[in-house]
Design a binder for this molecule. Structure first.
Ligand code: FES
Length: 382
């Protein structure tokens, strides 16, 4: 993999060298991020619990550090168990560099393209990315969410942060911004997921393969978020439906939800409970599919691989997980295709945001969402 990364880096360097003096078109890959080392776990959790767009807490500035401190030992152990940290930065960089290289060919009018990473809870944070973009002389940028399906808790939170940094004067005021806010049914994304499911299904004997249950698992949301009109549940369901169409409905399937925390009500059914239920129904073969993550992180490597799959095996189920998209060339091409289509659309209609992004959740009471949408509709200008 190191070799491939070096090849991509060399290619990216060539791309800059061939366009002397031209500032890059920035593709800012937004995601939550994860601690690269176990030692970064506490700061990651503190930033996460401080995010009122994700988890609104009473007395947030005081309660968030307290909750983070309490949860740190357990989560540190989980990162230790998956090898000492989250691989999300490594994969995001690799995906971004591959995407930028392809984009130079697909959309030469805006070349060179350069991928930047802006994480919400760990470095590189938006403010650090903004400094890097300033040093590169960036004048045109796309905020490209790396969450395929839109939720105000994830993409919305990253866009609110971008808006806040802009208002605080931490972004270059001359940058013209546009947004790719969702792409959960893009054919390249669907193809990449479907191929990984097919590889997992191939691990079962051919005679019984068709009986294998395909269990799509996505990060759950609190029902308070669902009930204010967040579009995520619908969009994840649309991804699942598109993947099953691509697979020609070869297998029975369900969509279930993982990673609930705390005592409040969350979207169900829960992944762990679903596996137990399938065992009770006599199902012996399951493929678990992470449908809302684009690379491995703790929810796949720890929760699915070390918790759910282990429990399922104890219940007599043979279980395999569809690989995350990580280094999938089909997926990297999909990212480049999504970005080049966006650049083409933007050059013809100059609309910085999608029609759908302009609509707040009917139950939204977060004023920042409204300000953010108005700001982005003007391309991130005052
Ligand atoms: Fe969805 Fe504010 S919570 S727009």
């Amino acid at each position: 993999m190191l070799h491939r990364t070096n090849v991509l880096s060399r290619s990216l360097t060539r791309s800059f060298a061939s366009s002397p003096g031209k500032s890059p078109t920035a593709i800012v890959m937004m995601n939550m991020g994860g601690p690269e080392t176990v030692a970064e776990t506490h700061d990651f959790l503190k930033n996460l619990f401080l995010d009122g767009d994700l988890i609104p807490l009473p007395f947030q500035r005081f309660l968030a550090p307290y909750i983070a401190r309490r949860r740190t030992p357990q989560i540190e152990q989980q990162y230790t168990d998956i090898g000492g940290g989250s691989p999300i930065l490594r994969y995001t960089r690799l995906q971004g560099e591959g995407m930028a290289r392809l984009l130079d060919e697909l959309h030469p009018a805006t070349a060179p393209h350069k991928a930047y990473v802006a994480f919400r809870y760990v470095r590189p944070l938006t403010v650090e990315t903004a400094r890097e973009m300033k040093a590169d002389g960036v004048k045109r940028a796309i905020a490209f969410t790396q969450y395929p399906q839109y939720s105000c808790s994830t993409t919305g939170s990253s866009l609110n942060e971008l808006f806040r940094r802009g208002k605080a004067g931490e972004l270059d005021l001359d940058i013209e911004w546009s947004v790719i806010d969702r792409w959960g049914t893009h054919p390249g994304f669907i193809e990449a997921v479907a191929q990984n499911i097919e590889k997992a299904l191939a691990k079962f004997p051919i005679e019984t393969r068709h009986e294998t249950v395909v269990l799509f698992s996505a990060h759950s949301l609190p029902m308070s978020v669902v009930n204010r009109g967040d579009p995520y549940i619908l969009e994840v369901a649309a991804s699942v439906s598109a993947v099953m169409d691509r697979l020609k409905h070869s297998n029975p399937y369900r969509l279930v939800w993982q990673s609930q925390v705390g005592p409040s009500a969350w979207m169900g059914m829960q992944t762990g409970a679903a596996l137990k239920g399938l065992a009770r129904l006599g199902k012996k073969q399951v493929v678990i599919v992470p449908i809302a993550f684009t690379s491995d992180h703790i929810e796949t490597l720890y929760e699915i691989d070390l918790e759910y799959a282990k429990e399922a095996r104890e219940h007599g189920i043979e279980v395999h997980r569809a690989e995350s998209l990580n280094e999938s060339p089909v997926f990297i091409r999909a990212l480049a295709d999504i970005a080049s289509q966006h650049l083409r659309d933007y050059s013809s209609n100059k609309r910085p945001v999608s029609v759908q992004l302009g609509l707040r959740c009917p139950g939204c009471t977060n004023a920042t969402c409204g300000h953010q949408k108005a700001w982005l509709a003007k391309g991130g200008r005052q």
